[in-house]
Design a protein around this ligand. Structure first.
Ligand code: DQA
Length: 225
């Protein structure tokens, strides 16, 4: 999966949601860290939509402990024929995380033709170094993803500007601001170059603060396009 065009992604911990997601989504993000039993669920997956696999550690806002098991599960997932992309935290990829380094997961993914999304999340603020974070993520990954928390219009503008600058510089990026103040960026960042948007099929199953449900985000993005 190249992410040359915007990919609307249904984020879920339950692959049984895929048939419902098909109406609007281009891909499904399988949040392995939130799923009860992710390995058999993935092994049985036979849906139409390509998968992005994510196994987010607790130190980056996810639900799993970091360790070799987390990375092994992610690497093994990359061997599944429907898996088109893998999300790995930038800090793991560059060996700056509290857990084991994950560069080998990216190598393994690419050997299987799987795109690497290097991700950065800030659940509290919009850091001042958004440009630097985004270009580092987009250099280490095939796609660089930055999810920040916006508290003001200034924060959302900083994210939009960084998205625009990174895209103009030739980087492939995905950006969004979490939380209420940043919500509208989910519909707007695609206009500035963001290549992935995440939304739950059912708003009750949101995987991050401030997400629109899938049908709403699909309509907003389509309307603004
Ligand atoms: O990194 C992201 C972006 C996200 O945090 C969001 O804000 O929509 C949702 C996550 O499921 C996904 O892995």
């Amino acid at each position: 999966m190249e992410f040359d065009d915007f990919v609307l992604t249904a984020a879920t911990d339950d692959l049984a949601a895929e048939p419902t997601a098909r109406e609007h989504a281009d891909a499904v993000e399988f949040r392995m860290d939130l799923a009860a039993d992710p390995r058999p669920a993935l092994a049985d997956y036979e849906g139409d939509l390509p998968l992005i696999v994510t196994n987010r550690p607790d130190w980056e806002g996810g639900a799993t402990a970091d360790g070799d098991d987390r990375l092994d599960a992610l690497a093994t997932a990359c061997e599944h024929p429907h898996v088109a992309a893998v999300d790995v935290e930038l800090r793991s990829l560059v060996g700056e995380s509290p857990g084991p380094a994950a560069g080998w997961v990216a190598d393994h993914a690419r050997e299987h033709g799987v795109t690497v999304i290097a991700s950065v999340h800030d659940f509290e603020t919009t850091p001042s170094e958004v440009d630097d974070l985004l270009s580092r993520a987009a250099t280490v990954g095939d796609v660089g993803k930055l999810a920040v928390t916006a508290e003001s219009r200034a924060d959302t503008l900083a994210l939009l500007s960084a998205t625009h600058r990174a895209t103009e510089a030739g980087h492939r990026v995905a950006t969004m601001a979490m939380g209420d103040a940043g919500r509208h960026t989910r519909a707007v960042t695609p206009l500035y170059g963001s290549k992935i948007g995440y939304a739950p099929v059912d708003p009750a199953d949101a995987t991050a603060p401030g997400q629109y449900d899938l049908a709403t985000l699909a309509e907003l993005v389509e309307t603004l396009r």
